[in-house]
Design a protein around this ligand. Structure first.
Ligand SMILES: Nc1ncnc2c1ncn2[C@@H]1O[C@H](COP(=O)(O)OP(=O)(O)OP(=O)(O)O)[C@@H](O)[C@H]1O
Length: 255
C-alpha cells in the first residue's frame, strides 16, 4: 500500500502549521522528513495516520494493506510508550488484544516479531530491566506485530545516546534489507535521514512547505558512517536547512 498526500494544509486556530504538502510514500521505501523545530513534522505524521483531520487536502491510501494487517498505519514514538508493568511479550500482545484473534495466533505473532527483532531471549523481561535501545526495539516489535502497511516513526532514536542510536540504525537497516518495510520517518538528525531515507523531504520553517525532496539511490546497506557520499549528502541537507533553522530558532525565542 502507498500513501499519497495531496495539497495538505493544516491550522491550529490561527496558526498555520503546514501549507500545500504533496508527497508520495511508496510501498517499500523509507521517507525521512526533516525541518526546523515547530515546522509541523509531527503534525504531518498525525495527519498521515488519521489521528487528526487535515484543514485542507487529503491523505489517500492507495492499494491494499498487507494480509493480516490489524492496523495499516502504526506509530513508533520517541518515548517508546511501553507499559512498565507488562513484560516484553505483554507489551507486544497489548496491541493484538481486542481484535478477535485466537490465542495461538497471538502467540505466533509475538514469537515471530520477537524473532525478527532479535528479542526472543528477552520476552519475559519488564521494561525497567531493559536499556533505552532495547525498549525501542520492543516498541518496534510491537508496531510490526500488527503487520502495518506503513510505520509512522516520530523521532524514534532521539531519546537514545549516540552509540545506541548507531546500533538501532544498523538494526533498522538490517530489518529493511530483510523485509522492505514502508515508513515515514521524522527526525531532527540529518545523519539518520541520509542513512535511512530513500527520500528525504526538507520542510521549511512554519508553515511547513516542502523545500526539496532529495532522492538517495545508494543502497541502505552501503551507507556506512565512513562513506564520503554520506558526509556530502548530509552537508547538502544542512546547507538547505541552515537559514530556515536559524529563523525558526529566532521565532521560537520570541514566542
Ligand atoms: N494540538 C495542538 N494545538 C495547538 N498547536 C499545536 C498543536 N500541536 C502542535 N501545535 C503547534 O504547531 C506547530 C507545529 O508543531 P509540530 O509538533 O508538528 O512541529 P515539529 O516540526 O514536529 O516540532 P519539533 O521539531 O520541535 O518536534 C508548533 O508551533 C506547535 O506548538
Amino acid at each position: 500500500m502507498d500513501l499519497r498526500v495531496d495539497g495538505l494544509s493544516h491550522w491550529y486556530g490561527d496558526l498555520e502549521v503546514l501549507r500545500g504538502i504533496d508527497l508520495e510514500i511508496n510501498q517499500g521505501e523509507i521517507v525521512c522528513v526533516i525541518g526546523p523545530s515547530g515546522c509541523g513534522k509531527s503534525t504531518l505524521l498525525r495527519l498521515l495516520g488519521g489521528l487528526e483531520q487535515p484543514g485542507q487536502g487529503q491523505v489517500l491510501q492507495v492499494g491494499e494493506p498487507p494480509a493480516g494487517s490489524l492496523n495499516p498505519l502504526t506509530y513508533v514514538f520517541q518515548d517508546f510508550a511501553l507499559l512498565p508493568w507488562r513484560t516484553v511479550e505483554g507489551n507486544v500482545s497489548l496491541v493484538l488484544e481486542g481484535h478477535g484473534l485466537a490465542a495461538e495466533e497471538i502467540e505466533a505473532r509475538i514469537a515471530d516479531v520477537l524473532a525478527r527483532t532479535r528479542l526472543s531471549d528477552f520476552r519475559k523481561a519488564v521494561p525497567k530491566q531493559l536499556s533505552g535501545g532495547m525498549k525501542q526495539r520492543v516498541a518496534i516489535a510491537r508496531a510490526l506485530s500488527v503487520n502495518p502497511a506503513v510505520l509512522l516513526m516520530d523521532e524514534p532514536l532521539s531519546a537514545l545516546d549516540s552509540q545506541t542510536r548507531e546500533l538501532l540504525m544498523d538494526d533498522l537497516i538490517d530489518l529493511w534489507t530483510r523485509e522492505n518495510f514502508t515508513s515515514c520517518y521524522i527526525t531532527h538528525n540529518l545523519n539518520e535521514a541520509v542513512r535511512l531515507g530513500h527520500k528525504v523531504v526538507v520542510l521549511s520553517r512554519r508553515p511547513g512547505v516542502i523545500r526539496e525532496v532529495v532522492e538517495i539511490d545508494i543502497p541502505l546497506s552501503e551507507r556506512l558512517v565512513s562513506d564520503p557520499r554520506i558526509g556530502t549528502l548530509q552537508k547538502q541537507l544542512w546547507d538547505m536547512m541552515r537559514e530556515e533553522a536559524q529563523s525558526a530558532d529566532m521565532e521560537l525565542a520570541d514566542e
